[in-house]
Design a protein around this ligand. Structure first.
Ligand SMILES: Cc1cc2nc3c(=O)[nH]c(=O)nc-3n(C[C@H](O)[C@H](O)[C@H](O)COP(=O)(O)OP(=O)(O)OC[C@H]3O[C@@H](n4cnc5c(N)ncnc54)[C@H](O)[C@@H]3O)c2cc1C
Length: 464
C-alpha cells in the first residue's frame, strides 16, 4: 500500500470534512484519519443537531401547554422521553449516514484510527502504520473540560452527552455553568419536567452576549421556574452515596449546599490535542489549549494547519467549516481571504433565543469606533404581540459617520432566524439607509428591525 498523500487530515468532523472536500476539489490525494467509534463528528452526533431536535420538541411542548392563552383547552401534557429520543435517533441517524457516506466515498482514503505525529511529515496510527504527507490539517475537535473545581474529578457528574441521551427525566438537576450549552439544556430539562438549579460563577449567564440579553433570558428562566444563581463560587463537590452528590457553594457571601442525583457539568470544553505529540513536532498551543494559527489556519509549523474546535477561538460549526476551507485553500496555494471574526454570528437556542452579529458596544468602545445604537422591544411590536412572544428586543449599531451597520443583537422568538437579515447587512457593509429603504412585509417578526433602522437613518446623514 502506498502510504504517501499530498494532504492528510486528522479528524473527520465538520472542520476536517470541509478541509477534505476543498482539498479534493483542488486536486491531489487526500487521506482522512478519524479515531471515533462512530464517524460524523460532534455537531451531528452529540452537538448541534441532537440538541436542537430535543430543544424543539420541548419548545413545542411548552407552547402547547400555553394553549389556553391562544384560545384552546390544553390538557395535562407530559414529555414522553422515549418518543422524543426515538424521533431524535431517527433524524440523527440519517444525518450521520449521509456524512459517513461522504467520508467513505472514493474522494478520500479513510483510516479508522487515532493518529499521532512522529515528525512534521509522518503520523503513526494505532496499529503502527506510518502515513506520510506533504501537508496536514489537524481538526480533532474538543472534549469536556475539567476546570479546577474541588472534587469534580471524584464525583459522578453528567455531561451534555448524557443529557442528550436521557432515557428518563431526572426529578431534579443542578447545572454547573451558565454558557450556551448550559442554558440551552437547562431550559430543555426544565421544560420536560426536571426541577433545575443553575449555578454560574460570573455575574451574568451567557456572558459572551450583552448584559441586557443575559438579563432577558434569566428573567424568562425564572418565570419558568428555573432557579438561576449568578456570582456563585462552587467550594467543593462530594459524592455522598452511589447516586447523590453534595454541591457546596457560596452565594452572596453565604455558604449553601444542595444535594443532587443529577449534576450536569456544563462548564465548557477543551481542545482535543492530547496524544497528538504536538510538542514533539513544535506545533504551538495557546494557554487555552487551542492550537495557535495565523489567519489562514497555519500553525507554527508551516505545512501543518489546524481548524475547528481544536484551534478556536469560537467553537461553532460555521466557523469550523470556514476554517477548514481556508486551511485547505491556503495549503493548495490558492489565495483565500484571511479569517476575521468582525462579522461573527452567534445564536443561543434558549427561549427567548439570543443572537448577535458583528461588533457589539463593548468591542466598539474598546476599539474607539464612533457609533450610534437604536433598539426596539418585542412587547411593542404587532406580530410578536399577536404571537404572545413579547420577551426581548432588537438592537442595531451603526457607524456614526457613514451609517454602515457594524453589529446587531436580537433577543426574542426566532432570533436565530431574524439575525440573518442583519448578518447579510454586516457582511455586505450595508448602511442603515439602504436597509430602511428595503421592503419589510407586514405583519412579520422581521419587520421589527425597521424601528431601530429608521431611527438611525434619521440620526445619521446620508453620505451617498
Ligand atoms: C451540546 C452541544 C451543542 C452544540 N450546538 C451547537 C450549535 O447549535 N451550533 C453550532 O454552531 N455549534 C454547536 N456546538 C459546537 C459544534 O458542535 C462544534 O463547534 C463543532 O462540531 C466542532 O467541529 P470540529 O470539526 O472542530 O470537531 P468534531 O466534529 O468533534 O470532529 C473531531 C473529530 O476528530 C476525531 N479525532 C480526535 N482526536 C483524534 C486523533 N488523535 N486521531 C484521529 N482522529 C481524532 C474525532 O473522532 C472526531 O470525529 C455544540 C456543541 C455541543 C457540545
Amino acid at each position: 500500500m502506498n502510504n504517501f498523500y499530498d494532504f492528510l487530515i486528522v479528524g473527520g468532523g465538520s472542520a476536517g470534512y470541509a478541509a477534505g472536500r476543498t482539498l479534493h476539489e483542488g486536486g491531489g490525494s487526500v487521506a482522512v484519519v478519524d479515531g471515533a467509534d462512530e464517524l460524523s463528528g460532534l455537531c451531528i452526533l452529540r452537538g448541534c443537531m441532537p440538541s436542537k431536535t430535543l430543544i424543539y420538541s420541548a419548545e413545542t411542548l411548552h407552547l402547547a401547554r400555553e394553549g389556553s392563552v391562544f384560545g384552546f383547552d390544553s390538557v395535562d401534557l407530559k414529555a414522553d422521553m422515549f418518543a422524543m429520543q426515538k424521533r431524535k435517533r431517527e433524524i440523527i441517524e440519517k444525518f450521520a449516514d449521509y456524512r459517513k457516506g461522504q467520508l467513505e466515498d472514493d474522494r478520500f482514503t479513510l483510516f479508522r484510527s487515532k493518529a499521532k505525529f512522529l515528525d512534521e511529515n509522518n503520523v503513526e496510527l494505532d496499529d503502527g502504520t506510518i502515513l506520510r504527507a506533504d501537508k496536514y490539517v489537524i481538526s480533532t475537535g474538543s472534549g469536556i473540560s475539567m476546570p479546577d473545581v474541588p472534587g469534580l474529578n471524584q464525583v459522578s457528574f453528567k455531561t451534555s452527552d448524557d443529557v442528550l441521551d436521557l432515557s428518563e427525566i431526572p426529578k431534579e438537576v443542578v447545572v454547573l455553568g451558565g454558557g450556551i450549552v448550559a442554558c440551552e439544556l437547562a431550559q430543555f430539562l426544565s421544560r420536560v419536567g426536571s426541577r433545575v438549579t443553575l449555578l454560574q460563577r460570573s455575574d451574568y449567564i451567557l456572558k459572551e452576549f450583552s448584559n441586557q440579553a443575559s438579563i432577558c433570558v434569566k428573567k424568562k428562566f425564572m418565570e419558568e421556574g428555573i432557579k438561576v444563581l449568578t456570582g456563585v463560587t462552587v467550594k467543593n463537590l462530594k459524592q455522598i452515596d452511589q447516586e447523590t452528590i453534595c454541591v457546596n457553594y457560596n452565594f452572596n457571601g453565604e455558604d449553601h449546599s444542595v444535594d443532587t442525583k443529577f449534576l450536569f457539568h456544563a462548564m465548557g470544553r477543551t481542545p482535543a490535542t492530547d496524544g497528538l505529540n504536538l510538542d514533539k513536532v513544535g506545533v504551538k498551543t495557546a494557554k487555552s489549549g487551542h492550537i495557535q494559527t495565523n489567519a489562514f489556519q497555519q500553525t507554527s509549523i508551516p505545512n501543518i494547519y489546524a481548524a475547528g474546535d481544536c484551534a478556536g477561538p469560537h467553537e461553532i460549526v460555521h466557523v469550523a467549516i470556514r476554517q477548514g476551507e481556508t486551511a485547505a485553500m491556503h495549503a493548495l496555494g490558492q489565495n483565500p481571504e484571511p479569517l476575521c471574526y468582525d462579522h461573527l454570528l452567534g445564536v443561543v437556542f434558549t427561549d427567548p433565543q439570543v443572537a448577535s452579529v458583528g461588533l457589539l458596544p463593548e468591542e466598539l468602545d474598546k476599539r474607539g469606533i464612533e457609533y450610534l445604537s437604536a433598539d426596539y422591544p418585542f412587547d411593542d411590536h404587532g406580530k410578536s404581540i399577536l404571537m404572545e412572544a413579547k420577551h426581548g428586543y432588537v438592537a442595531v449599531h451603526a457607524d456614526k459617520a457613514t451609517g454602515i451597520v457594524l453589529g446587531a443583537e436580537c433577543v426574542g422568538k426566532d432570533a436565530g432566524e431574524l439575525i440573518h437579515t442583519l448578518s447579510i447587512a454586516v457582511s455586505l457593509k450595508a448602511t442603515v439607509h439602504q436597509l430602511a429603504k428595503a421592503d419589510w412585509y407586514h405583519p412579520t417578526l422581521s419587520e421589527i428591525w425597521t424601528y431601530p433602522l429608521e431611527d438611525l437613518a434619521e440620526l445619521i446623514p446620508t453620505t451617498t
